[in-house]
Design a protein around this ligand. Structure first.
Ligand SMILES: C[S@@+](CC[C@H](N)C(=O)[O-])C[C@H]1O[C@@H](n2cnc3c(N)ncnc32)[C@H](O)[C@@H]1O
Length: 188
């Protein structure tokens, strides 16, 4: 991500948008359980929401500088920050009550790597566990905002099929003006 993008994702404005927009939706999804994985926390304002909801959060961030900063900021809390690629983690299978992925999928270079991420998430979830995410729609203004960055939006139409191929059941796939939002479950 470029510097402007990171600054925005660290800003009070983004924190406020997450509290007024993401949090009510997350609450409507229902309890995420006691042991959550967050994919791609970035500066960690989404992590701050999640750590209020669960006993334990494991955040996996591929950018080493962002991972180090977040680990330093959250030392001594209920969050463990791991540096690494979430398409291929060392975490245990069938352990987690939920996996979240907020504004990360479009930062993954290819649909094939996105599908590898879905398969890895399916592996990590315990039976009945939820995969919950939001991501950018394919809009010209969002393409321009990612001018010098990866932008691989996931078409809403293909998402159910791709999540099912990873072994997940669809609970809900929805979209608003800017985002798709989805909830899937590992079969119990
Ligand atoms: C747009 S930011 C979103 C940050 C945060 N979730 C939020 O909504 O404020 C996307 C983050 O995903 C991370 N990311 C991209 N691909 C990843 C991967 N394969 N594994 C882990 N993190 C990844 C990026 O480094 C970046 O920090």
């Amino acid at each position: 991500m470029n510097r402007a993008h990171i600054e925005f994702l660290s800003s009070p404005q983004w924190a406020e948008m997450l509290r007024s927009d993401l949090l009510p939706w997350l609450t409507s999804v229902g309890p995420l359980g006691d042991d959550i994985v967050e994919i791609g926390p970035g500066p960690g304002l989404t992590t701050d929401l999640l750590r209020e909801q669960a006993a334990r959060v494991t955040a996996i961030e591929v950018d080493s500088r962002l991972a180090r900063r977040l680990a330093e900021r959250l030392v001594g809390t209920n969050v463990e920050v791991l540096e690494g690629d979430a398409t291929e983690t060392v975490l245990e299978s069938d352990r987690f009550s939920a996996v979240t992925c907020f504004s990360v999928l479009h930062h993954i270079s290819t649909p094939q790597d996105q599908d590898r991420l879905f398969a890895e998430i399916s592996r990590l979830l315990r039976p009945g566990g939820l995969f919950v995410g939001v991501d950018a729609r394919d809009l010209e203004q969002l393409r321009q905002a990612h001018d010098d960055d990866t932008f691989t939006p996931v078409p809403r139409e293909t998402l159910p099929r791709r999540l099912k191929a990873a072994g997940l059941e669809i609970v809900d796939v929805d979209e608003d003006e800017y985002q798709i939002r989805f909830v899937a479950r590992k079969p119990a």
